[in-house]
Design a protein around this ligand. Sequence first.
Ligand SMILES: Cc1ncc(COP(=O)(O)O)c(C=O)c1O
Length: 415
Amino acid sequence: MEERGDIAHSPGAESHDPFSKLLDYTRVSAARVAGIYQYFPVFESAQCPVIKHEGRDVIMLGTNSYLGLATHPDVKAAMHRAIDEYGSACSGSPLLNGTLDIHRELASRLARFSGKEDALLYSTGYQANVGALSAILGRHDIVVMDKRSHASLVDGARLSGAKLARYEHNDLESLEAQLKRHSGQPVLVVTDSLFSMEGTVADLPGIVGLARRYGARLMLDESHAIGVLGARGAGAAESFGLVDAVDLIMGTFSKSLASVGGFVAGSRKVIDSLRHLSRGHVFSASLPPAAVAATLAALDIVERDGSLRERLASNAAFLAGGLRSLGFEVGAAEGPIVPVHCGHELLALSAYRKLFEDGVFVNPVLHPAVPKGCELLRVSLMATHDEATLSRALDIFARARTPWWPAPHARRKDA
Ligand SMILES: Cc1ncc(COP(=O)(O)O)c(C=O)c1O
């Protein structure tokens, strides 16, 4: 019997301590012992192409600020103005006392941007997915979701009590099998548009075709595609010309839009009901004015400056090509996300650490974010990177490469 805190705990025996899952959690301590733990890195500068870490310059290849707008002078000026005018916070729910004129402006702006009648704001993208799905669905509904969809979509579906049926990543046969299995029942198909870890773009024309054939509704998480895909940067639905075929478009402000918060856009009736029924909207304080103003300013830039998207695409192509010619296995890279296959968590963590020490920051992606054997380094580009910086990063990657990368027995990167 051990004493941990003030509750008796017998290893092996059924624990009566509600903290037992935490107390028995050893994955992190094992990585610390092995000297390969480096999560929660602390940066001393803004998210720019080169950041400061422990006083050193490090090339940033691991941010979601794809367009580099978090340091754009227009975005910063808009935040300053909003603080001067509205103060730092709203201190209340949008339903009762937390709605400002700029919240209204942002919601209608996002509705227009997404090609929908109305939009609803949430304080984070996570909250938007959990808040929307848990309000839309009930225990008699079926949610058919891509296996690699974001955790917030899974959590929203779980909270709703609906039956969660998963299909293989971007696999239309597997999607159709699920739709057949549940035909005649109320089904919502849910998918990310640009997958955050794999860098793949959902086969939206195929998904829309199947959803129509089986009478299912469709919700699309455009978090990583906003600012990146589509003629106006509105996302994958825009780039495929399928905005009208998608019932609900969701997005976050925490990536290209250089702020924090999220939204869901759809028909007037659906959004108005969500506005009153979605607990994540009703029971949480409104976005701070500065975050709203930053999002509005970033949207202005996204809509008026298509050259940022072009630079981002050419930076991603340059780096993905360079990594491939160094012999790395690089995934789809259909947007700014370039996945470098590792195939084992020890390799992903040790490579991450080595690159970081040598001056490149990337994100190690482990199970459960990807299946076991598909661990990878998630490399992401910014429109503001220049070729000289990316070439320096490639030199550092070349030095970090080992003969056992990807790991022996790794699953195929797209498995
Ligand atoms: C696909 C996707 N959806 C939703 C979210 C949640 O967004 P937020 O960071 O605004 O909570 C993320 C964030 O990582 C995401 O990648």
